[in-house]
Design a protein around this ligand. Structure first.
Ligand code: FAD
Ligand code: NAG
Ligand code: NAG
Ligand code: NAG
Ligand code: NAG
Ligand code: NAG
Ligand code: NAG
Ligand code: NAG
Ligand code: NAG
Length: 580
């Protein structure tokens, strides 16, 4: 897929520019400090314990290990050597694997939209569509972050995982279409979040090889970090003394044989446990550890450490809606490369190409029913039978029907939000989660405006060679149509509104967040309110999703907070020494 010469040039250039850390063709494959949890002692002690080796947890643990002993506990396995994770063309292979050992754990929200969460070292960055783009400086200001340290942290991440994509014919047409219809200016290639049209970064290199948050562990101090795989944390342990706040001091985790292990903090007032288990995992683990709404914990026979009604509140998922545009001419395989940042709070992105990784073009891809993207039937009707039916219907189609791409819109925010609840006390099981897509009218309005923009792109001159001239737009959107390429819901209502289209075809772009929000569950230093020695650092702390896509900011936050924790501790130590 990559051109020989540009690849060669890039490798040569990168060896000059980036002596350390590793990059591009130098692939990390193993770490000396990575272990199967079965090999862990029954009891061990550390300065920091990080729960969840995901998108935030890896950069955080790597940073803390520069000066202190760190235990990083990840419930999944290693991403290295798994082609389902490392190859761009295999996108969706992991997402369609619903076995208990899959790096992706499927869940279905109470809204009825099929979704997925990571269960692998590197977290969501091992499953995602790779688009890499920063949050706006305004977002950083509102979060109370230091702008310079934020930029330094983004750069630290980008040195290892971010690349400029080689934009080919179909993505270029989407970009030209966006510019033609007025999503301007043209911002060229940029990581920055600025209004207009741009090409963003990607964590796939020019060979289509994925670089993930796990690669940031190459920054770790190998003699100070312990990384355990297949280590599922069941509970955070608290020490409760009369008159003071409960203090986190250890964790209980189980290995793949079900054996129990305990890890404790070294006795030092600055030692901490940090939860980076993601938007579903972090609120779930707090609740399992007795930090959550009292009634709810009692109903599950969990003894209450702290009555905290806001744990699990503020769960949001940015709704995604898309239109498939069949193409008369060949298109490249691409995930997200171009983005239109509109003035009305919709982001336009696109993905193209047949995907034969599974032997058939219907197997994977960003919009395959096998990965749970089933816009053909409304939410709540997306049963396993419906998935099987949709897959079968697609298999009957001519392969030419899959030549083309999806142009999607996702909305900023969103404003609508829901909540998370435990189903059982087993941390391996999904909690129940409700997102309430489009409950707020402004969210719906942004979807409608976004889809109108997508329609305009499809009808633009710049995009003309990638749509059939005899296929009117109405047909692409016509839910009653029987077109062979109609992948949209069959709907008996012919007076279709875009509002209805938004609701009926809503999918996830997997940017769900919340559950341990800043100002509600954690303070602006990500310390859990009402207890000591415990923070949450990951996407569960967001009040709304950063940038057009979150992963850059999640990784940045891991690094940023790692540096901040080290700096604060260094200052406190220096102050203590001056006093003595
Ligand atoms: C399919 C998909 C496509 C996406 N596309 C993009 C994109 O193109 N661009 C973009 O910017 N973003 C994208 N995203 C979103 C982005 O990847 C996520 O927002 C981000 O990875 C979340 O990071 P996190 O650290 O909050 O959680 P995660 O990365 O999920 O990390 C949580 C980690 O904790 C572990 N864990 C959970 N519970 C426990 C426990 N009890 N014990 C031990 N370990 C535990 C999990 O296994 C996981 O590794 C996508 C996401 C998905 C799933
Ligand atoms: C990774 O390294 C560890 C420790 O050196 C070793 O035990 C393990 O077999 C290696 N795994 C792979 C896949 O190379
Ligand atoms: C971890 O080690 C145990 C015991 O040696 C083994 O049974 C198990 O398969 C290993 N798990 C993985 C995922 O390597
Ligand atoms: C890759 O994905 C396919 C399809 O989901 C699955 O059958 C296979 O077991 C996966 N392979 C690995 C190494 O995870
Ligand atoms: C951080 O970088 C962005 C561009 O990516 C720039 O607009 C902003 O001014 C920088 N902030 C600081 C404080 O340097
Ligand atoms: C809680 O404990 C009670 C009494 O032991 C038991 O009857 C009930 O089933 C338990 N509930 C749950 C959800 O485990
Ligand atoms: C939608 O498709 C149906 C059936 O093919 C057709 O009768 C109807 O005219 C179409 N509506 C529009 C708006 O194209
Ligand atoms: C059809 O759609 C229109 C516009 O959204 C709506 O007003 C009407 O109630 C719908 N009719 C049915 C039968 O669903
Ligand atoms: C980390 O340790 C090094 C020496 O090992 C020291 O120079 C540095 O100041 C320390 N940094 C912090 C933030 O503690």
């Amino acid at each position: 897929m990559a051109l020989c010469c540009s690849t060669f040039f890039f490798a040569a250039l990168s060896s000059i520019l980036f002596s350390a850390p590793l990059r591009a063709s130098q692939k990390v494959s193993n770490y000396t400090f990575m272990r199967n949890a079965t090999a862990a002692p029954d009891i061990s002690y550390y300065d920091y314990i990080v729960i969840g080796g995901g998108t935030a947890g890896c950069p955080l643990a790597a940073t803390l290990s520069q000066n202190y002993s760190v235990l990083l506990l990840e419930r999944g396995g290693s991403p290295y050597g798994n082609p389902n994770i490392t190859n761009l063309a295999a996108f969706g292979a992991a997402l369609s694997d619903t076995s208990p050992t899959s790096p992706a754990q499927r869940f279905i929200s109470e809204d009825g939209v099929i979704n997925s969460r990571a269960r692998v070292l590197g977290g969501g960055s091992c499953l995602n569509a790779g688009f890499y783009t920063r949050a706006s400086p305004q977002y950083a200001r509102e979060a109370g972050w230091d702008g310079r340290a934020v930029n330094e942290s983004y750069e630290w991440v980008e040195k290892v995982v971010a690349f400029e994509p080689e934009v080919k014919q179909w993505q270029s047409a989407v970009r030209e279409g966006l510019l033609e219809i007025g999503v301007v200016p043209n911002n060229g290639f940029s990581y920055d979040h600025i209004g207009g049209t741009k090409v963003g970064g990607t964590i796939f290199d020019h060979q289509g090889f994925r670089h993930t948050a796990a690669d940031l562990l190459q920054y770790a101090n190998p003699s100070a970090i312990t990384l355990l795989l297949h280590a599922t944390v069941h509970r955070i342990l608290f020490r409760v003394k009369d008159g003071s706040k409960p203090m986190a001091h250890g964790v209980v985790f189980r290995d793949s044989l079900g054996r129990k292990h305990k890890a404790y903090l070294n006795r030092h007032p600055k030692s901490e446990i940090i939860v980076s288990a993601g938007a579903l995992g972090s609120p779930q683990l707090l609740m399992l550890s007795g930090v959550g709404p009292r009634q709810h914990l009692r109903a599950h026979n969990i003894s209450v450490t702290l009555d905290q009604p806001l744990v699990g509140q503020g769960m949001s998922d940015n709704p995604m809606n898309a239109i498939f545009v069949p193409s008369p001419q060949p298109v490249e395989i691409s995930l997200i490369e171009v983005v239109g940042i509109t003035s009305f709070g919709s982001y336009i992105e696109a993905a193209s190409g047949e995907n034969f990784a599974g032997g058939s073009p219907t197997d994977y891809g960003m919009f395959s029913p096998k990965i749970g993207q089933l816009s053909r039937v409304p939410p709540k009707e997306r049963t396993p039978e419906a998935i099987a039916k949709a897959t079968e219907a697609m298999q009957g189609l001519d392969q030419a029907a899959f030549r083309g791409g999806f142009i999607l819109e996702k909305i900023m925010g969103p404003i609508s939000s829901g909540h998370l609840e435990l189903r059982t006390r087993d941390p391996n099981e999904n909690p129940s989660v409700t997102f309430n897509y489009f409950q707020d009218p402004l969210d719906l309005e942004r979807c409608v405006q976004g889809l109108s923009t997508v329609e305009k792109i499809i009808e633009s001159k710049a995009f003309a060679s990638f749509r059939y001239p005899n296929m009117p737009l109405a047909m692409l959107l016509n839910m009653t149509a029987n077109s062979p390429v109609n992948l949209l819901p069959k709907h008996t209502n012919s007076s279709l509104s875009l509002q209805q289209f938004c609701r009926d075809t809503v999918m996830t772009i997997w940017h769900y967040h919340g559950g341990c929000q800043v100002g509600k569950v954690v303070d602006r230093d990500y310390k859990v309110l009402g207890v000591d020695a415990l923070r949450v650092i990951d996407g569960s702390t967001f009040n709304y999703s950063p940038g057009t896509n979150p992963q850059a900011t999640v990784m940045m936050l891991g690094r940023y907070m790692g540096v901040k924790i080290l700096t604060q501790r260094l200052r406190a130590t220096a102050a203590d020494q001056t006093q003595q």
